[in-house]
Design a protein around this ligand. Structure first.
Ligand SMILES: [Cu+2]
Length: 250
């Protein structure tokens, strides 16, 4: 895959700091606490891991994702803000830069995982970079299924406790995740053309670090927003080394 200088720099940082899944570094075969001075974005961190100090990178089901990038890459800034819509309190809202023409991005070096536990998809909303392979894990003591009626549609079949199956999301768009065995289960994968995304917390706050400086178009998605609100585009001007705050009012 072709890539950009910032993406290479980020990969270099990741590889330099930890030659493995950055959220679960290992030493002598044991998982150790990630370096407190280097935080990473990852939607794949388990909710059982406590969030880093100052971390406000999003929610993961009922908990909080454990990591966010603290180190700012050269030529980038931080996009923060709030989704000012009442639906954000109840429905996890994905916030993302829709596209960056002419740029390709490296896939993250960690596994993006969506868990099925207590008959819920976890996280309920999982934004991923287009091309990412998502690992669907079953953490319940009974079978689950994963299928999606959206876009190209897929059905991964049924599987049991601690087993996993994967699916690669090669097109941008929102995929509803369903389980044919438990009609009440619903989750979403939002496949985005850039790696600059977050899931807002219940206050609607989001934080997207290491966004290249520039003028970008932001979109949001949650299951309750209407088509017109989902089509709304919000512009953000990101400056190097700065935090930009955006109020997203769909
Ligand atoms: Cu199920």
């Amino acid at each position: 895959m072709r890539t950009t200088a910032p993406a290479i720099a980020l990969l270099g940082l990741l590889l330099g700091a930890a030659q493995q899944d950055p959220c679960h570094p290992q030493k002598n075969g044991k998982t150790v606490t990630p370096c407190p001075n280097v935080w990473y974005t990852s939607e794949s961190c388990p909710c059982s891991v406590k969030p880093c100090k100052d971390c406000s990178c999003g929610t993961c089901g009922g908990g909080t994702t454990c990591c966010c990038i603290k180190l700012l890459q050269k030529g980038t800034g931080v996009l923060t803000g709030v989704v000012a819509h009442k639906s954000a309190a109840k429905f996890p809202t994905a916030v993302f830069i829709e596209s960056m023409d002419g740029r390709d991005f490296l896939l993250p070096p960690w596994t993006v995982r969506v868990d099925q536990r207590n008959k819920e998809f976890f996280p309920k909303v999982a934004p991923v970079l287009v091309g990412s392979t998502v690992e669907f894990l079953n953490s319940d003591g009974f079978e689950h299924n994963v299928n999606s009626p959206d876009n190209e549609k897929f059905n991964l079949g049924n599987w049991g406790l601690n087993e996993k199956r994967t699916y690669s999301f090669t097109r941008p768009g929102v995929y509803t995740l369903l389980c044919s065995l438990h009609p009440e289960m619903v989750g979403y994968v939002v496949a985005v053309k850039t790696p600059y995304f977050a899931v807002a917390n219940e206050k609607g706050e989001f934080r997207i670090p290491n966004v290249p400086a520039g003028k970008w178009k932001i979109k949001i998605w949650n299951e309750r927003l209407k088509p017109k609100q989902l089509d709304a585009v919000f512009e953000a001007v990101v400056e190097e080394g700065k935090d930009v705050r955006l109020e997203v009012k769909p």
